[in-house]
Design a protein around this ligand. Sequence first.
Ligand code: PMP
Length: 448
Amino acid sequence: MKLKKSEKLWKRALQVFPGGVNSPVRAFKSVGGNPVFVSRGKGTFITDADGNKYLDFLSSWGPLILGHAPRKVVKATRRAALNGSTFGAVTAAEVELGELITSNLEFVQKVRFVSSGTEAVMTALRLARGITKRPMVIKFEGCYHGHNDALLARAGSGLLTLSGNIAESSSPGVPDDIVRNTLVLPLDDSAALDATVKAYGDKIACVIIEPLPANAGLLPQRKAYIEYLVELCRSHKILVIFDEVISGFRLGFGGYTQREQIFPDIITYGKIIGGGLPVGAIAGSQAIMDNLAPQGPVYQAGTLSGNPLAMSAGHAALSCLAADHGEVYRHLEKLGRHLETAFAAEVTPLFAGREWQIKLVRDASLFWLSFQKAGDAHIVRQVTQIEPFAAAIYARIFHAMLERGFYLAPSAYEVGFLNAAMKTRHIDAFIAALKKIVATLPEKIDAF
Ligand code: PMP
């Protein structure tokens, strides 16, 4: 594969950006090697600077559920750009996107648009703290909510002692004073949740969770656990934030909330909501949302919030998703099922006699290759259950797939995204390539 132009660009990028990138995982650190520079995308394919074409399973980390450059989204964005890109004043485009969301989701009465998932979460935390007048937040190990100070935290060393589960900062630059108000708990553990709520209940403003955690593999949670979490919080007047930045508009138009009919107090959205442009949102009931300025006292603002280009792209994308009674989601589910069936038939048998296996974990159009020991049948629900050997095997598979023209996430901890521009034949090609690669890999874990 020719990569001359990518290599040249990488050298230049290293001169101008820390680590060569504007977001860390793009640097391929966890799989090794240098990144390829993407120059364009159409449908389900991307093309790099040297003209190599890849079937894209990244979808820009989720936003592109319709694939690259969908006609209707391009048209709406172009039209908006011709009319001027930003005014810092109210526009019809933001009202239209807001109405499209509230008219399709009965649990959303009001929204506030921002420019990223991180920003949405930051505001959601402030809103919860402002309403409850309490300082603490609970988050879960393995859930990612953007690079907010309060949530760049890991569990303290003495987990579950009264003082011990106060978090420690997970990045230099985040003072301990800030994460002192963050409690980090394992997923799928109602006893830990009980103990923490008992110990700190009247100090806890909110619990934030990805109801389908998709940032440390795909860690499906038991519905009963999520229901329990919501009930427990209600009884202690703790607000629940579902971070649906990935799952929103992906598991169906109404994300996890609508599909499972479990209703949090605040929902954060991002990715798909902007149709590929930078948009995030905080959503909830009128009673909750009206606490935001200027209606209420909780401050939030943004020069480019509700940006007309981004609103138009988001509106065009969400209109496609809401159309034809969910035809796009039915197509994606068909692709997902096909992936599962083909994986079981073609790839699973290759693990006979090996020390390790890949289990395909899938929910709707999200999937994850879970590396487990032979004979291990359990469903991974906590980040600590992810095998340390996963990274080395995945790195081999990642590079071999890239060479064959399949672009997967450059980390074993990241999920894959199907998009609506895909056809079953693309899934078949992916499975055929994966099968060939797995067949050549060592049987023993130590060999990696
Ligand atoms: N929440 C979740 C669940 C996410 O997956 C992400 C990003 N991957 C974020 C928040 C942060 O969003 P952004 O990168 O747009 O700031």
